[in-house]
Write a protein that binds this ligand. Structure first.
Ligand code: ASP
Length: 312
């Protein structure tokens, strides 16, 4: 089976001066995941390796560099799914783990699917995953953004996307100017197994305890070796309503190419719930697909024998 790997670094109005760093982050993540696949590694391992690189890059809203919640804290969500067994592992509202994708992977190997907050951190401790100081996840850029948001009264009551929704049915352009650098990856390994993973700090100025689509199976990610794998990004409250990742992979199952499926799924998101976001896909043959209805989405992909494609 030919190898394939696709990553994203979030869908929003990525400013011109941050484009190069987004592309470089995606390129490095692609390289890390590809190395695993080339060495005969499993799709799950490639997804974990690629997402860890994205979590470690401060430009993205995942791991270090995540957006801050209303209290000024980072709360992380992540999930991973194995397309062969349909097993998955997810964590949410985690504050002391630098690489929540690795914690999600450990959850996948356990008897449960989703762990949150203190319970997730206790599980991390028992799994030997080291804790970090929560302040290590905060970068100056996000501290400054948080302070700026808190000087704007219209952002006090809601997160960035929610504030726009409360005012009118279609989100205002200002909602797109807030970071949506959630990260994700889908991989196809030599044995034909697909896996998907997604990791995020959520939406800027979110309510403490708010969990978006990213760690939810069917919304933030899905992988089924009989159809395809998907990771999504964007306004979580809309993505959850249409189960964007499951919708996209089901469209592959119905006979669409991954590119058609990605476009049709984003169309459902926009038409049905006025949502904003993007998705990346691979089908069981390793064909890539992607679509977004935000001004930009950072992505990179590679298929065996093909060129490395990096874009926004
Ligand atoms: N989907 C993420 C969330 O709502 C945010 C994003 O992708 O930018 O938590």
């Amino acid at each position: 089976m030919p190898l394939a790997l696709i990553v994203h670094g979030g869908a929003w109005d990525i400013p011109d001066n941050e484009v190069a760093e987004h592309q470089e982050g995606c390129r490095q993540a692609l390289a890390a995941g590809w190395r695993v696949l080339e060495q005969g590694g499993r799709a799950l391992d490639a997804v974990e390796a690629a997402v860890r690189v994205l979590e470690d890059a401060p430009i993205f809203d995942a791991g270090v560099g995540s957006v801050l919640n209303r209290d000024g804290d980072v709360e992380l969500d992540a999930a991973v799914m194995d397309g062969e067994t349909l097993r998955s592992g997810a964590v949410a509202v985690v504050r002391r783990v630098r690489n929540p994708i690795t914690l999600a992977r450990r959850v996948l190997e356990s008897q449960v699917i989703l762990l949150v907050g203190q319970g997730a951190e206790r599980f991390a401790e028992s799994a030997g995953i080291p804790f970090c100081d929560p302040t290590e996840l905060i970068v100056e850029r996000e501290r400054a953004r948080w302070q700026e948001l808190h000087q704007q009264s219209n952002y006090r009551a809601q997160d960035a996307f929610g504030a726009a929704r409360a005012k009118q049915s279609a989100p205002q352009p200002t909602s797109l100017s807030h970071p949506g650098d959630t990260v994700g990856c889908v991989a196809l390994d030599r044995t034909g197994q697909l896996a998907a993973g997604t990791s995020t700090g959520g939406t800027a100025n979110k309510l403490p305890g708010r969990v978006g689509d990213s760690p939810l199976i069917g919304a933030g990610l899905y992988a089924d070796t009989s159809t395809g794998g998907c990771s999504t990004t964007g306004w979580g409250e809309s993505i959850m309503k249409v189960l964007l990742a499951k919708t996209a992979t089901d469209l592959i199952g119905a006979g669409h190419t991954p590119m058609e499926a990605a476009r049709a799924a984003i169309d459902v998101l926009a038409r049905r719930v006025g949502g904003l976001g993007g998705c990346i896909l691979l089908d069981a043959q390793g064909r890539p697909g992607l679509a977004f209805n935000t001004p930009r989405m950072a992505y990179a992909y590679r298929t065996e024998g093909g060129d490395e494609i990096v874009g926004v």
